[in-house]
Design a protein around this ligand. Structure first.
Ligand code: HEM
Length: 221
């Protein structure tokens, strides 16, 4: 940090709302499953589905730092970043962090999707799409649903270690940036480029519509 650094916008509101909702929803989903609150487990799971669909759509049409194209880089860029032969001065995720975002979103998507088909109608609760698949398939998807939760835990642990490293060792104020949306950047480095708000509402409509359709058992359209 230098005296020339300037506070700039780095994360838009939708990215921050999604992020902190994930932080609240994951423990809530775990707790409701552990305590047999399956009605709430399903409702919160459908909310997570809507948010994930929103975040993925926003990754294509959202503001510059939300877009996958701005932070998903090839292996060369990731290696160069780890070796320190390139630095990351701009707003948004660095080349390594970009892949952790993809991994977290993908793991949550697998978790939610398998949950839709999971369960056994003769023995406990079922996801809203359970009767669209055979019992054996539902059993396998239920196992994947249970296993993927451990994958998410491992990815979140890695994520938190990275956040602690950047905050405590590199003295980079990335957590306040995920709260307020702004961060100090070197003079001359531009911040996030926003897009019109209607795009966020369109992505939200897609996420909500898909989640409601699935909640109703995905009837023919
Ligand atoms: C208290 C716990 C957490 C803290 C303090 C935290 C902090 C952060 C920070 C600072 C970033 C921005 C990283 C950067 O500057 O590149 C970030 C990004 C992200 N985090 Fe977390 N995180 C937490 C928990 C979680 C959890 C539980 C999940 C979901 C499983 C998660 C998923 C993500 C995702 C997907 C991004 C990328 C944001 C986006 O582009 O949409 N985080 N987190």
């Amino acid at each position: 940090m230098t005296t020339n650094d300037k506070a700039r916008r780095v994360w838009d509101l939708p990215v921050r709302i999604c992020h902190w909702s994930f932080v609240l929803l994951l423990p809530a989903l775990w707790w409701t499953a552990e305590n047999s609150e399956m009605g709430w487990h399903k409702r919160l799971g459908l909310l997570l589905l809507a948010l994930l669909v929103f975040r993925i759509a926003w990754g294509f049409v959202g503001s510059s730092t939300a877009r996958f194209a701005s932070f998903v880089k090839g292996p060369g860029a990731v290696l160069a970043y780890f070796r320190g032969t390139t630095s990351h001065a701009g707003p948004g995720h660095n080349p390594a962090g970009g892949w952790s975002v993809v991994a977290l979103l993908l793991a949550m998507a697998v978790q939610v999707t398998t949950g839709l088909f999971a369960g056994d109608p003769y023995d406990g609760s079922t996801g809203p799409l359970n009767d669209l698949v055979r019992t054996m398939t539902a059993d396998t998807l239920t196992e994947v649903h249970e296993f993927t939760f451990n994958v998410i835990l491992a990815l979140v642990a890695l994520h938190l270690l990275a956040v602690i490293y950047y905050s405590a060792v590199k003295r980079d104020r990335i957590v306040p940036a995920m709260v307020t949306g702004s961060r100090l950047l070197p003079a001359g480095v531009t911040g996030m480029e926003p897009v019109p708000a209607w795009r966020a509402f369109a992505c939200l409509a897609v996420g909500a519509a898909l989640s409601l359709w699935v909640a109703n058992g995905a009837p023919p359209l």
